[in-house]
Design a protein around this ligand. Structure first.
Ligand code: ACO
Ligand code: LMR
Length: 596
């Protein structure tokens, strides 16, 4: 992988797993670096649809998907990096899936102690896909001012600024240890130098990227003039570096420190923190490695202090240009999280904005367009969808005082209750049998089509479960007394091409009405099917996005909205008529003696 390739793309990072402090640190890096858009595009994690973060002092929502497959294609195509913070057990499969992302350049794995065979497999896959993979157990990859892929450089804002992760320089920093990588970034900057790029290999026994590969990347990188390397006892990596230098494949200055000389004081080789940090053989000792590197011409610090002084003299001065980073940090230091997040409306300089538009201008639209834009939380829908919503809103206002919801409103009004209580009584009647079957019908039709179920299989399944099919059946209408509303609703699909959901619903109706005449596709079912087709064909909703609308009960909203008009009119009518409290008589009620 060439650093020049990394420097020329605008990072779009996928986080596999959520780690709030690391994600926020990446966003703070972006903001303080002066970027206009955040580099974290999407998160794969369970249990929520968005995560809220700061970008500067503004709060942003980052979409969350339960799996990489669920990420919309448009988003998938943008992703060029991933940072995997999932567990050691889950890192392999999720990283393998990420390697297939079409624009992927590099990825880094945070978990430690990933099984050896998983690391070897991932390393092979990365070579095949020509992707740079770093880790396991890595804090990631830093390219100052351009990319912060992971916890590298720290997570607190002051750490990012103190380490000046924003000014590109000419010193590459490598270490197995994430902590040492971060420390060395700080050291380089405090010596008046600036980092060209930095990464930690991770301390697992089988790193996906070795010092050899990193050194060759640094040698190839025209921005890098010197390499700072913190190594450890154990393993043979440093002898590979010696060979590269002897073979004149590395010409750039190398300054290094090999930790672990204290191990020589032990009778048996001690195991240090990283899995690989144990000198099983003499030449794996820190001492042996230091000698070999010195012999090859590397500047080796015998003490950490000497190592630091080899890097340069102390010089904490920042240029005037670099003061902007501190200023940006200070400008966002006192930000506070909001209590409520909305995408619908807000105040802007005392003006009310709805979906980003001035209230008065927004309400210039037709009522139907206002309704559907607000229900979907979108700023645009097609005229066809608007016309369908307009028709449904008008169609559903009332269906007589016979229907259960209207009856409850009427009874409550005659009991002397107020408008809101009487309306609520009617609204509380809307449910799986009356007016509230649209959402369930949409769910059933959506899944039936998605699973390529035949109408016969669909009907048979409900019969076996002894469940009613939502959107099918009516107390009044039947095959020989069709609901005039349904025919009108279905006519809106004449302008659609596929209308797969409506076709599916009508094929179900063909079966159910053959069983019983009143098992027609009712108004709930018809609205569900046509709305699915409208959103899919006109508004380009994917199946997953339609499923999301079902989950938030979008499909019942139009009936509730529209029938509220009818309920309120029945309330007002009853108040005008004032017939007094309704009480049934024994003729209205049949008492049946139960023989237990
Ligand atoms: N799916 C499968 N079978 C049904 C359905 C259905 N949706 N509705 C009734 N049946 C069957 C029953 O199993 C019963 O069969 P059986 O005689 O072999 O036992 C027979 O039809 C009669 O059942 P009832 O409950 O008496 O039928 P009813 O006419 O009272 O039901 C109702 C009408 C309540 C609308 C019913 O069809 C239903 O619950 N449908 C699903 C919910 C729905 O879509 N509601 C929206 C209605 S429109 C609106 O509210 C705006
Ligand atoms: C309605 O719109 O309320 C009806 O379809 C229900 C009914 O029983 O008439």
């Amino acid at each position: 992988m060439k650093m020049s390739n990394i420097r020329k793309v605008d990072p779009r990072i996928l986080f596999i797993g959520s780690h709030k402090r690391i994600i926020q640190s990446v966003l703070d890096f972006d903001f303080i670096a002066g970027k206009k858009t955040p580099s974290v595009s999407v998160i794969v994690a369970g249990g929520r649809k968005y995560e809220k973060y700061f970008f500067g002092t503004d709060e942003i929502l980052i979409p969350v998907f339960s799996s990489l497959e669920k990420i919309p294609e448009k988003l998938k195509k943008e992703i060029n990096y991933f940072y995997n913070v999932s567990s050691a057990r889950r890192s392999l499969e999720s990283s393998k899936a990420a390697l297939h992302l079409p624009s992927l350049i590099a990825g880094s794995l945070f978990a430690e102690n990933i099984p050896e065979k998983h690391s070897i497999l991932l390393a092979q896959k990365a070579i095949e896909e020509e992707i740079l993979l770093i880790g396991p157990s890595s804090v990631g990859l830093l390219v100052p001012g351009i990319l912060k892929l992971g916890a590298v450089g720290g997570v607190e804002m002051h750490q990012l600024v103190d380490s000046n992760l924003f000014s590109p320089g000419s010193v590459a920093v490598f270490s197995s240890s994430g902590g040492m990588t971060n420390e060395l970034i700080r050291v380089v900057v405090s010596r008046g130098k600036r980092v060209s790029f930095a990464l930690s290999f991770g301390g697992d026994r089988f790193p996906l990227m070795t010092p050899r590969e990193a050194f060759l990347m640094a040698e190839d990188d025209k921005e890098t003039n010197e390499i700072i390397y913190f190594g450890e006892l154990g393993g043979q990596d440093e002898y590979e570096l010696v060979s590269l230098i002897e073979e004149k494949k590395i010409h750039k200055k190398v300054i290094c420190y090999i930790g672990g000389v204290v191990a020589d004081l032990f009778d048996t080789p001690p195991q240090f923190g990283h899995a690989k940090a144990m000198a099983k053989k003499k030449d794996e000792s820190a001492r042996a490695k230091r000698d070999a590197l010195k012999k090859a011409g590397v500047m080796v610090g015998e003490t950490f202090d000497e190592f630091v002084s080899l890097i340069g003299e102390k010089n904490d001065l920042k240029s005037d240009k670099e003061m902007i980073y501190t200023e940006r940090m200070n400008s966002i230091a006192k930000r506070q999280s909001s209590l409520i997040t909305t995408t619908i409306s807000h105040d802007e300089n005392d003006d009310v904005k709805i979906l980003g538009e001035d209230l008065l201008s927004f309400t210039d639209k037709s009522f139907a367009r206002i309704v559907i834009l607000l229900l979907l939380g979108r700023r645009e829908v097609t005229k066809q969808t608007e016309d369908f919503v307009d028709f449904v809103l008008r169609l559903l206002v009332d269906h007589g005082p016979y229907v259960s919801g209207a009856v409850n409103t009427i009874i409550t009004a005659r009991a002397g209750r107020d408008l809101v209580s009487s309306l609520a009584s009617g609204l509380l009647t809307i449910g799986p049998r009356f007016g509230g079957a649209i959402n369930q019908a949409a769910f059933n039709f959506l899944n039936g089509v998605k699973s390529n179920q035949s109408a016969d299989e669909f009907v048979e399944l409900f019969a076996q479960k002894k469940e009613y099919i939502s959107g099918i059946g009516h107390k009044k209408y039947r095959i020989d007394l069709p609901d005039p509303r349904v025919k009108k609703i279905l006519s809106f699909t004449n302008l659609l091409n596929e209308k797969k959901y409506t076709n599916f619903a009508q094929s179900i109706e063909k079966i159910t009405v053959s069983k019983k005449g009143n098992l027609i596709l009712n108004v709930d079912g018809a609205i569900a099917a046509v709305m699915l087709d409208m959103l899919a064909e006109n508004e380009k909703y994917t199946s997953d996005e339609l499923e999301d609308l079902v989950k938030i009960e979008f499909f019942n909203a139009l009936f509730v909205l529209s029938r509220s008009v009818g309920f309120v009119s029945h309330f007002l009518d009853q108040k005008r008529l004032d017939e007094g409290l309704l009480r049934l008589t024994d003729k209205d009620v049949s008492y049946i003696e139960k023989n237990d």
